[in-house]
Design a protein around this ligand. Structure first.
Ligand code: G3H
Length: 196
């Protein structure tokens, strides 16, 4: 792949309430962010736009797909957000109140912590790696690609390029309204965080 544009979906109704996981839609602000992202990236020759199977990821990609109809869209389920098991749909505050031991265990080791009935960052990392391999293989060496992912998923993808210590991965900054551009320059990987 020539260049990788790693975008996080815009704001959803659940982000606004600090609610974990689920399959919410973008809210009005999130839809504006999707249009701004498309406006910013539309001049790029993009071979592929990969999304997860979640509505917020596909909705975020829609304006860019309209602006660049020649770019192919592909859903990669391995890019779905970390599954929070019994905590799906809770706010972090509800989790702290109703499941204090789980909340404390997660704070103590966020990378290894597994949500009951869900995933850990460690297990997420291996499925995201599989998805990334798939995307890079499909796109080949000469294409620019865009991945519209999620907070935890984009952390796992970036960890591939940043050589982070495992315990730092769940704390990598993945803001909305910014994206990471990863490109090889003279066989070195350059990672930059840019705004749209
Ligand atoms: O809903 C899931 C969040 O995007 C993951 O963020 O691992 O920092 O709680 P977190």
């Amino acid at each position: 792949v020539k260049g990788l544009y790693l975008v996080r979906h815009g704001e959803t109704t659940w982000n606004a309430e600090q609610r974990i996981g689920g399959d919410p839609l973008l809210n009005d602000h999130g839809n504006c962010q999707a249009r701004a992202m498309a406006e910013h990236l539309k001049s790029l020759p993009l071979g592929f736009i990969f999304t997860s199977s979640k509505q917020r990821s596909r909705q975020m990609a829609e304006p860019l797909l309209c602006a660049r109809p020649e770019a192919r869209h592909m859903v990669i389920k391995e890019f779905d957000e970390i599954h929070a098991g019994i905590c799906e749909g809770m706010t972090y505050e509800e989790m702290r109140r109703t499941l204090p031991q789980e909340f404390a265990a997660r704070s103590a080791d966020k990378y290894q912590y597994t949500y009951p009935g869900g995933e850990s960052y460690a297990t997420l990392q291996s499925r995201v790696d599989r998805g990334l391999k798939k995307a890079l293989w499909i796109a080949g060496v000469s294409q620019n690609i865009c991945i519209v992912g999620h907070q935890a998923v984009n952390r796992a993808i970036l960890a591939q390029f940043l050589f982070r210590r495992q315990q730092d991965v769940p704390y990598i900054n993945i803001p909305q309204e910014k994206y990471y551009h990863i490109v090889s320059v003279q066989e070195k990987k350059v990672v930059e965080l840019l705004g749209y």
